[in-house]
Design a protein around this ligand. Sequence first.
Ligand SMILES: [Zn+2]
Length: 446
Amino acid sequence: MINGILAAEELLASRVAYTFRTYPKQITALIAAALLSAGTLAVASLGPDAADLPVQQVLEATAPLSFAEQSESLENFSFTLFRTDITRSSDTAEALLKRLGISDPAATAFVRGSSEARNALFARAGRTVTAEATQENQLKKLSARWIPDGDGGFKRFVIERTPVGFVALTERDTLTPGTRLASGVIRTSLFAATDDSRVPDAVASQLADIFAGDVDVRALRKGDRFAVVYETFEADGQALRSGRVLSAEFESGGKVHQAVWFQPQGQKGSYYRPNGDSLRKAYLSSPVEFSRVSSGFAMRMHPILNSWRQHNGIDFAAPTGTAVRSVGDGTVDFAGTQSGYGNIVIIKHRNNQQTAYAHLSRINVKAGESITQGQTIGAVGSTGWATGPHLHFEFRVNGEYQDPTSIAQEGGAPITASLRPAFERIAVGARTELAAAFSVIQASAD
Ligand SMILES: [Zn+2]
């Protein structure tokens, strides 16, 4: 495999010698593209979507060269190397540039001495940084993009080598909406599979909710598989944020489940099966989102009483601070402290039904406030009579305690006849996209 790629590069290099003078732009772009396609070996984890940007930058760099300069540059021909890494909370200029394969004291000194660079690169861990380097590992260009708080746009930070030294620039730009297709096969867990497919955690959590009545994502089997189409918000072709799941398929235990997001104009959107049945439940199956922190914990009965009846509820073990969400639409009946419950939120739903969330470390809502399904109302804690951090969850009908595992069943209405044609168009498109998403995994698995 490595030999194959090197051979291809050599071949390309010899073709470059032949055609470079006549088609400098196309050829340099071709080399950049070849390097990018070899990226999994030569370049660290470069997303396929980022491919456009470095290609353009190579074009800019070579275009102004005169014929004589071109000949000279041909003699000293060197590849531009692209490397990408993620910032860490412990990062220093030295550490980050080293991981990016840069060996360039002047570049390190520039990053260390520029407050703008330090702010862009080290203010927050988890930012994706891309470096372009010469064959000698000298820095040509470095860039990072991120979404600032409470803002619809993104920021782009660039350091560039110029004849007079390095210059840094921070710009503001708008995010471009897009969609991404992905698929995965379960080997151990859902999160392991979504990591392999570079699907964000927020999308994995949505999958768990969408298929909650059909698939228990905590008990998947090896070989179960999923495909998903979701919204992305991109900066220069790099997805910085994920949005809503638009369609998804889960094959679990040999059964296939599909979901399509459909939002008629001026109405609330919801997920439907391809036949038009609603996947919406009056109540979510869990008041704790399926997440990387909570995925290892299952809901449990009281260890001593061992039944919801004597205990009046179900406990969800999760670390302090884990978000607690309302399982249904409603209004806050009570938000405050009640002796044994500690900090508790009680929400009133339709048909004289109530849900209660106790032992909270934090309360985010006030009595009388309107709440939508899935809204965060507080955080897991151990206030009141609790031996350790957990969420105590109750379901009451006309003030009587009911088994919380029995409540999630009633669903939303199916697609109406008048909306059926519009829905069918969306559903057909979704099926095509999901099939395409599965073929992506076929290709990469081969
Ligand atoms: Zn409890």
